[in-house]
Design a protein around this ligand. Structure first.
Ligand code: ADP
Length: 597
């Protein structure tokens, strides 16, 4: 049973508020009891109106209790007291039922919020390597749709519980009024529902045929569209029209069958139920005339119960259809089968001397070729290290390891004689700023986008950073200056403007270590110049690690590391590397020819 599994999966979430479900159940039961009681009061009302003595009716315990209460009260008074009682019951029932709705809604909103929050927390905490291999469309679907559908499942579950309570209370009341009648009706209703099930099963199978016929028609439409040239050049319009009409007719016929059969369910149900109810009524009244008020009340209650029972079926079906969403969300939330980076505990203060990579190798997954293989490298503090090499050489991977987006598969990274893994991750990243190729501009103002580098930056600091990044001038020309909204929903910035914005974001952070991943596609020469100028100034006395594509960056580096196929092939300063005639010399000469200085 898929819906039971769905409920079982939702239980850990529900347990966050352990009192909620019992309260909802309690209130649900209580409100049904009051409704049932209100309906039961119709029996003495009818009896009083029919001028019958209460004692003469059947012996059900509920009714006996009711009659004992009313004994001694004159019929005249009973006529106003009973309707007042009924009204009181309706009032209480609705009060309780509204309270229950509010509690259920509160509970549902809390759980849904927790769920969304947990999903987002998972997204932020799961190892980056996990996210890299996920299909981003699927992840987006989990985050956006499936999480909502799971919240919906929680609300359906609550409704199911409440409706089940009502059904149980009503059934008990029916049994209390007349158990033989309830059992009899239960058995006959069971038979009716079997007949209905037989019909619905048939509808389902024809429904599948309709889906198939529709798919066939879709294929014809698609082929007609893409094969149009062939159809026309061979003069096959008539033939195609015939084929299409045949497929369309099939859809028409199967859908008609489905509609005709579906249309029988409601009438069939009503006719059979009416037949049943009327037969029982006639038989019972023929047997004992005085039971008419009880019977009428009984039938009224049955009438109220019926939609509840139909609802249960509806809720079960919804839960069943939502269960795959629940599975999807819970699978994403499951922490046991996902990698997490453990943060160390040593707070990072300042890079004193160097970062050392000692025999570092890395594979993105066990099946992949190593992206880095036996890298041993010293990155001195306060100097600029340029990483160069062809695409796929492992430059970005090296940066990812230093930022600790991943841990090396083998080997160790040392930060001033401290293993990187032992450092507190947040303090490590706090002292670091990354300006990468894929700069993300958030849907916020320019000022907010810059302050993303340091959330408590003052407006003056933001402006100072923008000035240093050579961005102040273009920002001042925007319609609302620093308050101009940017991102997908705001003003679109050019590539050069985005890069300067990213640089300002890094500058406002005032990092000890600056990581740059230069864009491969060349910018216009003014942007290029402005960025370069800003960078040179900002890089002074900072540890800079740069994936270099620009000639001038390489020229200014204190150390150049040439990577190829995941290993270091050359390393040194420009003056030492150039005369060697190796990969670097070749790349340098090629760049020299294509890039402007
Ligand atoms: P570069 O930055 O020098 O172009 P990368 O570090 O991006 O090189 O890539 C190095 C190698 O690792 C390449 O073979 C690339 O295909 C592989 N690689 C990069 N990212 C991933 C990833 N997320 N999953 C699997 N393999 C990857």
């Amino acid at each position: 049973m898929k819906q039971t599994a769905a409920i079982k999966h939702l239980l850990p979430l529900v347990k966050l508020y352990p009192w909620a479900i019992p309260t909802i159940v309690f209130l649900g039961v209580l409100s049904s009891v009051f409704e049932g009681l209100g309906i039961s009061l119709f029996i003495p009302v009818l009896q009083t109106l029919l001028q019958e003595t209460p004692q003469s009716t059947n012996q059900s315990p509920l009714l006996q209790g009711l009659f004992q209460l009313l004994q001694g009260i004159p019929a005249q008074e009973r006529l106003w007291m009973l309707p007042a009682g009924i009204f009181g019951c309706i009032l209480i029932k609705n009060g309780l039922s509204y309270t229950n709705t509010v509690i259920s809604a509160w509970f549902n909103s809390r759980i849904s919020h927790r769920l969304r929050s947990q999903v987002f927390e998972q997204l932020l905490s799961v190892s980056y390597s996990y996210l890299e291999v996920q299909d981003s469309g699927r992840l987006m679907n989990t985050l956006a749709s499936e999480t909502w559908r799971t919240s919906q499942a929680i609300s359906v579950m609550i409704s199911l519980i409440t409706t089940l309570c009502t059904t149980i209370v009503y059934t008990l009341l029916l049994l209390l009024i007349s158990w033989p009648l309830t059992l009899l009706i239960g058995v006959v209703m069971g038979i009716i529902s079997l007949i209905i099930q037989f019909v619905t099963r048939r509808i389902k199978s024809i429904g599948q045929q309709a889906v198939q016929a529709n798919a066939d028609l879709g294929v014809r439409m698609y082929e007609g569209l893409i094969g149009m040239r062939t159809i026309r050049s061979f003069g096959r319009e008539g033939y195609e029209q015939q084929q299409f009409d045949r497929a369309s007719q099939k859809v028409r016929k199967t859908l008609l069958k489905v509609d005709m059969l579906s249309g029988t369910v409601q009438p069939l149900y009503e006719i059979l139920s009416a037949l049943l109810v009327l037969s029982i009524l006639v038989l019972a009244v023929l047997h004992d005339r005085s039971s008419l008020p009880t019977l009428l009340t009984f039938l009224f209650m049955l009438y109220r119960l019926q939609p509840q029972m139909q609802q249960i079926d509806g809720y079960r079906a919804s839960l069943q259809s939502l269960s795959s969403s629940i599975d999807d969300v819970l699978m994403f939330l499951d922490r046991s089968n996902k990698p997490y980076l453990q943060s160390g505990t040593v707070p990072f203060q300042k890079l004193q001397e160097r970062i050392v990579l000692d025999g570092v190798s890395f594979r993105y997954s066990a099946q992949d070729q190593p992206a880095l293989n036996g890298i041993s490298l010293t990155i001195p503090a306060g100097k600029t290290t340029a990483l160069v090499g062809p695409s796929g050489a492992g430059k970005s991977t090296l940066i990812n390891l230093i930022c600790r987006f991943h841990d090396p598969t083998t080997g160790q990274i040392w930060v001033d004689d401290q293993p990187l893994q032992d450092l507190d991750l947040s303090t490590w990243r706090e002292r670091m700023a990354i300006v990468s190729q894929d700069i993300h501009v958030f849907n916020a103002t320019i000022a907010e986008n810059i302050a993303y580098g340091r959330l408590d930056a003052t407006p003056a600091e933001i402006i100072a950073a923008a000035k240093q990044a050579n961005a102040h001038e273009f920002i001042s020309q925007l319609p609302a200056g620093y308050d101009t909204p940017v991102g997908d929903r705001g003003i679109r910035l050019s590539g050069g403007q985005r890069q300067r914005l990213a640089l300002a974001r890094a500058i406002v952070r005032n990092p000890h270590i600056l990581i740059l991943d230069e864009a491969t596609n060349a910018l216009d020469s003014i942007s290029e110049y402005l960025i370069q100028e800003a960078l040179e100034l900002f890089s002074q006395d900072r540890t800079v690690i740069v994936v270099a594509h620009r000639f001038s960056t390489i020229e200014h580096a204190d150390q150049i590391v040439v990577l190829e196929g995941g290993t270091i092939v050359e390393q040194g300063t420009l003056d030492r590397l150039l005369p060697r005639g190796g990969l670097f010399t070749k790349m340098y000469q090629l760049q020299n020819r294509t890039l402007k200085r």
